[in-house]
Design a protein around this ligand. Structure first.
Ligand SMILES: O=C(O)COP(=O)(O)O
Ligand SMILES: [Mg+2]
Length: 237
């Protein structure tokens, strides 16, 4: 397992819900956030990549003291500053897919979240496989995914991996330098653009099988366990 003992700059691509939050309510695991701030102070980049809005991810980076850029909307939007957003997805085709689902399936309801510019966020109140079948029968080229907190309808080709690749292009980051940390299926595309990927203890076996390493602790405790394994020097500063 790779250890960060050299001072080569790394980029940590970190999920939010189920990764640095303590529970379904979104409360931040403060020790995990402090460890991520320490990594930033050491000269590494720590970038949140989330299914929440990119504004929430950006604000967390400001208040948390990590790198001031965020990928949100499950890869659909990047926020570079308070009024600088890069839209990578197209919300109209997501809204059309939502209406088709609503007309063909019971309990398809939007989730009340912060406003989205590129995707539709749904409550986890219907069978995902049945919904996927309806979308393909209607030739709707969108992605329906489950973060364990919400279902997301994103444009075709839009996921956390494509969103983070946009960051990598803009900041000349190579996969070798990326360490991805996450808990759910929506993080798997992000794992695939990283040389090192960590699935937390609360991740499913399917998600764990897609990561290069797993930890036993859940959420924020799992982030601390992973950083101890990857960056033992962290505790020395
Ligand atoms: O809003 C969600 O779907 C959960 O977001 P996450 O990608 O930070 O886990
Ligand atoms: Mg998550």
């Amino acid at each position: 397992m790779e250890k960060i003992t050299d001072m080569k700059k790394r980029t940590f691509a970190v999920d939010i819900d189920g990764t640095i939050t303590e529970n379904g309510g979104g409360r931040i695991h403060l020790d995990a956030l402090e460890a991520l701030r320490r990594l930033t102070n050491m000269g590494h980049d720590v970038i949140f990549v989330t299914g929440r809005s990119s504004v929430e991810g950006f604000l967390l980076s400001v208040f948390g003291g990590t790198t001031k850029v965020a990928v949100g909307e499950n890869g659909g939007c990047i926020t570079l500053d308070s009024n600088d957003h890069v839209l990578l997805g197209n919300i109209d085709e997501c809204k059309h897919a939502f209406n088709v689902l609503k007309n063909n399936l019971k309990n398809v309801e939007e989730k009340y979240v912060f406003p989205r510019m590129t995707e539709v966020v749904l409550q986890r109140t219907f069978d995902l496989d049945v919904a996927q079948k309806i979308l393909s029968e209607n030739d709707l080229d969108v992605i329906l995914s489950d973060s364990q907190y919400a279902y997301h309808i994103n444009s075709a080709g839009i996921d956390k991996g494509s969103g983070f690749r946009e960051i990598m292009k803009r900041f000349s980051i190579t996969s070798d330098d990326v360490i991805a940390i996450g808990d759910s299926a929506t993080d798997v595309p992000l794992f695939k653009v990283a040389k090192t990927s960590v699935a937390l203890g609360n991740a499913s076996d399917a998600v764990k099988s897609e990561a290069t390493m797993t930890v036993s602790a859940h959420a924020g405790d799992g982030v601390l366990e992973a950083l101890d394994k990857l960056a033992p020097r962290l505790s020395e500063i």
